[in-house]
Design a binder for this molecule. Structure first.
Ligand SMILES: [Zn+2]
Length: 608
């Protein structure tokens, strides 16, 4: 038998952070490369963040990222590659502290010597995708087309640090002396200083916006990772099949590998069977076909039994909203489109309009563009609007939203452009007589390629400003609305809830339970705000002894329970079971005995 082995660098005795290396003599692949959330939070917090310019080296040193040769982007491992010329020694203590610049003992990816030929991403949750950011961009990402769409939308609506480059890759950075350039001397008291910056492109590229076909000029040519979305193919002799599964995010899949030695390896990813309109148990087992040799299974809820399904969440939520005598606030994850659909339908049933956040609106529009048959244009969905927060100077002025353009509407591309010099949305506003500098002759719109509808482009770019619902409008008729509401929206209570009057606002929690200390503290703060503002909510004790209160959830997990996992394992009859993404391997052992192999961090398991 030819060599085949599997090594786990995350997801071992922890929930999430899966990083699984499958090696064969022909080729090798990674199954997920997610962030070890819990472990990372042992060190970092919201106010103590990863040093972005040293992120890879710091995270390897903290063991957040594994020491694997031949996978990482060279200049993230070795910053000296960024110098444009030989730097002055006195400034850079290369010999005194070489670890400032390079991480010794881990080799980067090179064309000749690399450890993997592809990385599979099972779904777009951070504990499965985020650390792809550090992998060399020459390693292709294989996932479903929905996961790709989500990765793009997540990139468009979130600030991007070096650890959020799982979709768009860092532009070309260089370290150079800036003080010598007379143009830059106004910046400094001291001449000849070094600075790390992006290489500016002399020629501004023209880029077609995928949604509108409008040709924007851009400051730089964006670089994207290569995403392959074929459901079946092979990588260097490893045949694969992506099997769509239900989870609390769209586009989730399991990965079935057939290795060159004929061994069939199934990696479940995160999986559930109790969602609505998701892959059923029978269809899943059928897609797998014959028994598998090695099953790498998630075990998040191996000790739990399901009490409820998504359908029951819908029924309960519909009743909750019906009982509410004022405004309803609902908390749910913006990437969970199954839950969105539940909340939307429950709002419709009660003749209320659902007001969503700009990130979810953006994602819905992206999904509409990519999958028009499955997802309608959110602008045309009845009783669905965007909640327009006051931003910036809190004036509801259009100028308040210019920093983050997707807060204004459904386009993000134009946000990085200069209004005066570029062919962008401001030029369109000029042509339509709605803004910009009418009569400006600089860089006019292309007249030979006016296939796109300027009014439509302008509408997409500013849709929330013209159609978003503002807090004072909600105060007028609170019973007409359900507002999507998370911890980060608590400041909105000032605007939503009038002072000194009965308002009967009710909060419904349809998001996941707190799973770390930081989230428990946030939950306490959440309640403090609601108690102070007189917002009603249901609660229970998470822990009777500690008297720790949490919100009563209208939520089902994204993970299969014990009964479902056991049934699944009996149906696909694996010779060997490797549980990950769980802290209860012992429970698997109790049920399946010797068939269970307990993974150890970084220790290869022979599967030849
Ligand atoms: Zn997960």
């Amino acid at each position: 038998m030819t060599m085949a082995r599997v090594t786990f660098y995350g997801g071992v005795d922890e929930i999430g952070g899966n990083k699984i290396l499958v090696e064969t003599e022909d080729g090798s692949v990674l199954l997920d490369f997610g962030r070890r959330m819990g472990y990372t939070h042992d060190f970092y917090s919201q106010f103590l963040q990863i040093r972005s310019k040293n992120a890879l080296r710091d995270m390897i040193r903290l063991n957040i990222l594994p020491k694997i040769d031949g996978i990482y982007t060279p200049n993230l491992l070795n910053a000296t590659l960024l110098f444009t010329e030989e730097p002055r020694d006195e400034q850079f203590p290369f010999d005194k502290a070489p670890d400032y610049w390079t991480f010794n003992g881990v080799m980067p990816y090179t064309e000749e010597k690399h450890a993997v030929d592809a990385v599979f991403v099972s779904h777009a949750h951070f504990d499965h995708i985020q650390d792809v950011s550090f992998l060399d961009p020459r390693i292709p990402v294989i996932c479903t087309d929905k996961t790709k769409t989500l990765a793009r939308a997540m990139t468009d609506v979130s600030p991007s640090g070096v650890d959020d480059q799982y979709y768009e890759v860092n532009r070309n950075l260089v370290i150079k002396e800036t003080g010598q350039d007379p143009k830059n001397q106004y910046k400094t008291l001291c001449l000849n200083e070094y600075e790390c910056s992006e290489i500016t492109q002399a020629e501004k590229p023209v880029i077609e916006d995928p949604k509108t076909k409008f040709l924007f000029t851009h400051e730089y040519t964006p670089q994207y990772r290569e995403f392959k979305t074929d459901l079946e193919d092979n990588v260097k002799g490893i045949k694969y099949k992506l099997i769509p599964v239900g989870h609390s995010v769209s586009g989730a899949c399991s990965v079935l590998l057939t290795l060159p030695n004929g061994k069939r390896v199934l990696y479940t990813g995160d999986i559930r069977f109790h969602g609505l309109g998701e892959t059923t148990f029978d269809d899943y087992v059928k897609a797998i076909g014959q028994p598998v040799d090695v099953l790498i299974t998630e075990g998040t809820r191996i000790e739990k039994e399901n009490i409820i399904t998504e359908q029951e969440i819908f029924d309960e939520m519909t009743k909750d909203i019906a009982k509410a005598e004022g405004l309803v606030l609902i908390n749910f994850g913006w990437k969970d489109l199954t839950r969105f659909s539940t909340v939307y339908q429950a709002s419709l049933k009660n003749d209320r309009t659902l007001l969503i956040g700009y990130k979810l609106a953006y994602l819905l529009y992206e999904m509409h563009v990519a999958f028009p048959k499955e997802y309608p244009d959110p602008r045309t969905m009845p009783n669905l609007k965007v909640y327009l927060q006051r931003e910036g100077d809190l004036l509801y002025s259009k100028a308040d939203y210019t920093k983050d353009k997707s807060k204004m509407g459904y386009l993000s591309f134009h946000g990085r452009n200069m209004a005066k010099a570029d062919r962008n949305i401001v030029r369109i506003a000029e042509v339509l007589g709605l803004g910009g500098e009418v009569g400006n002759k600089n860089n006019p719109l292309l007249t030979e390629k006016t296939t796109c509808d300027y009014k439509e482009v302008y509408d997409l770019a500013t849709h929330h400003l013209s159609n978003g619902v503002r807090a004072y409008q909600i105060r007028d008729r609170p019973k007409d609305f359900v507002v999507m509401f998370s911890f980060w929206d608590l400041n909105e209570l000032f605007d939503l809830v009038p002072m000194d009057s009965e308002h009967n606002t009710r909060y419904i929690c349809a998001s996941t339970e707190p799973f770390c200390e930081e989230m428990e503290i946030d939950e306490d703060k959440f309640m403090n705000w609601f108690d102070y503002f007189g917002v009603h909510y249901d609660w229970e004790y998470a822990d009777e002894e500690k008297e720790q209160k949490i919100f009563t959830r209208r939520h089902v997990s994204g993970h299969a329970c014990q009964k479902e996992l056991v049934e699944l394992i009996r149906a696909i009859k694996p010779s060997r079971i490797i549980p990950i993404h769980t802290t209860s391997v012992a429970t698997f052992k109790k049920i399946f005995g010797d068939a269970v192999t307990e993974p150890k961090y970084g220790v290869p398991i022979d599967i030849s």
